[in-house]
Design a protein around this ligand. Structure first.
Ligand code: FAD
Ligand code: SIN
Length: 518
């Protein structure tokens, strides 16, 4: 029997690792993560991290661009926190060893859609996330207060007297289920792109933390808002590898099969319109021309520049037989990011005492209805740290108890049922994807409700339930805004719908006016 830690962090992406660094200033922290330490959405982040640090940029411009992308639903307090505190956390990360690309010694900034300035820092060209994870893991490993535990999948939150007091997790190597108690738990389990059949997200992104928090009674917010990235590589039998927005920022052009540049036909901002607009433009052009993909063309850009600036994308495309300096790349949209999640205030406090959330699993309101490109790595740093500091500030002394003995665990209880997973992905992609209609959404909710009643293990039930919540929220919101597009309600309706969705177990979905209150 071991003495429990002071704090538990779930997840080893940018938010979890930054939260751990904060918590370790005050106590002993265990980070539990379900795969390798470096397997996360963060690891695959390409384009970069948005931060107002260049000479011609201003915090107020980053603030405005974020609000504009968020289509009237951002929480201004959360956005102000993000853009004002961002530079401080980036500077700190550089001090901890993160190496962002530089030009003649000065930080190099690139352009992405809907940013009014070149404000995206990047690393190793297009491997920004990997560099951030590398530097944060190295930093954590130097800290004796942090214990990093890989391949430890959390299966549930332990709630006593309406307070989260610990977690149940399994060690697949030993087939044992353990319980661990702590003064506070920080949820940083990332997003849920895997609920859709077409996604840029790796297989870990199954929304476990969202589903566990919901099951434990926490309020979920804005789950109808999913972001579809316009340009994922569209090759049969290949994963939907992301072709970063930074490619368009550096001049890549979208073309149809006749070679025509079409983006400006749909929006004056062309390739650099907000993501939801470009994604729908691609789908509209695919439908108009009865084709299953469009092309991203970089062949007019200098070959040496492309190889140096985008080495990871260049090499990956080559593995699929595509030389981006000569070939046009087939692309179509894929699910990329979930704006909604576990409702928190701007300090990461969820509605369940003892439980904090940060990063993609959380909904602080910072992204509103649509996330501005490259704001989420920054969000992970800023709100990971803030969740850590709030947990320290609020938490009660550890009750005098020890970790109970582990119990034998049947691993089949942990595995996501493949048949159910495939069905959920298909239903969500076809009926609750980029273009939504009431009839399809109603069908999705009915089918997912039936599936949730089937005799499946808890993990599968959680996955189905989360998808159902997302479809329910999409059916509820009878307007189009940001990442949520309803063909049957194509206009934005501020009078009725400038509200957030709130979902809680055993309660009907309801409207909420504000997210963050401190
Ligand atoms: P993640 O980085 O996803 O980490 C979640 C962690 O939780 C993982 O370690 C996972 O294994 C663990 N976990 C999950 N479930 C459990 C469980 N049950 N038990 C224990 N551990 C669990 N954003 C940008 O700002 N800029 C970009 O350039 C950018 N590019 C992107 C490119 C791609 C291909 C993708 C997929 C996303 C990109 N994003 C980008 C989005 C961004 O990467 C993520 O939103 C962000 O990294 C999320 O960080 P996080 O710490 O919240 O979650
Ligand atoms: C990209 O590189 O296009 C992804 C950026 C992001 O998701 O913020």
């Amino acid at each position: 029997m071991q003495t429990p830690p002071d704090y538990i962090v779930l997840g080893s992406g940018v938010a979890g690792l930054r939260a751990a660094a904060e918590l370790a200033r005050e106590g002993r922290v265990v980070v539990l993560t379900k795969d390798r330490l470096d397997e996360s959405n963060t690891e695959y982040a390409q384009g970069g991290v948005a931060v107002a640090m260049s000479d011609d940029d201003e915090i107020s411009l980053h603030f405005e661009d974020t609000l504009n992308a968020g289509a009237g639903l951002c929480d201004e307090k959360a956005v102000r926190t993000l853009v004002e505190e961002g530079p401080r956390y980036i500077t700190e990360l550089i001090e901890w060893g993160a190496q962002f690309d530089r030009q003649e010694g000065a930080l190099a900034f690139t352009q992405e859609a809907a940013h009014s300035r070149r404000r995206i820092l990047h690393a190793h060209g297009d491997s920004t996330g990997r560099e951030i994870v590398r530097s944060l893991i190295a930093h954590a490993k130097k800290n004796p207060n942090i214990q990093l535990t890989a391949h430890a999948a959390t299966v549930g939150l332990i709630v006593e007297n309406e307070r989260c007091v610990g977690v149940r997790f399994i060690d697949p190597n030993e087939s044992l289920r353990r319980e661990m108690y702590a003064r506070a738990v920080v949820l940083a389990t990332g997003g849920a792109g895997q609920v859709f059949a077409q996604t840029t997200n790796p297989s870990i992104a199954t929304g476990d933390g969202m589903a566990m928090a919901y099951a434990a009674g926490a309020t979920m917010c804005d789950l109808e808002f999913a972001q579809f990235h316009p340009t994922a590589l569209a090759l049969a039998d290949a994963p939907r590898f992301l072709l970063s927005e930074a490619l368009r920022g550096e001049g890549a052009i979208l073309r149809n099969h006749a070679g025509e540049a079409f983006a400006k036909k749909y929006d004056d901002r062309g390739e650099l319109a907000p993501r939801d607009i470009v994604a729908r433009a691609i789908v509209a052009e695919m439908e108009r021309t009865r084709e299953r993909w469009m092309y991203l063309d970089l062949t007019h850009l200098k070959a040496d520049f492309l190889r140096q600036r985008f080495p990871n994308i260049f090499e990956t495309c080559l593995r699929y037989g595509l030389d981006l300096t000569k070939d046009q790349l087939p692309v179509s949209p894929a699910a990329h990011y979930v704006m909604g999640g576990v409702k928190t205030d701007t300090r990461g406090r969820t509605t369940l005492k003892g439980l904090y959330a940060a990063g993609e699993v959380a909904c602080t309101g910072v992204h509103g209805a649509n996330r501005l490109a490259s704001n989420s790595l920054l969000e992970g740093l800023v709100f990971g740290a803030r969740a850590g500091s709030a947990a320290i500030e609020d938490s009660l002394p550890q009750p005098n108890r020890s970790e109970p003995s582990p119990v034998e665990f049947d691993l089949s209880e942990w595995r996501l049922d493949q048949r159910a997973k495939n069905r959920v992905q298909e239903v969500m992609w076809l009926k609750a994807g980029l273009i939504r209609r009431a009839e399809d959404l109603r069908g999705a909710v009915e089918e997912l409700s039936r599936m949730a009643e089937e005799n499946v293990n808890e993990r599968t039930k959680n996955f189905v339930t989360l998808a159902k919540l997302m479809a329910e929220a999409a059916l509820w919101r009878e307007e189009s805004r940001g990442g949520h597009f309803r063909e049957d309600f194509p206009a934005r309706d501020d009078q009725r719908w400038r509200v957030h969705s709130a979902q809680q177990i055993n309660q009907p979905i309801r409207a909420a006016n504000r997210i963050s209150e401190e």
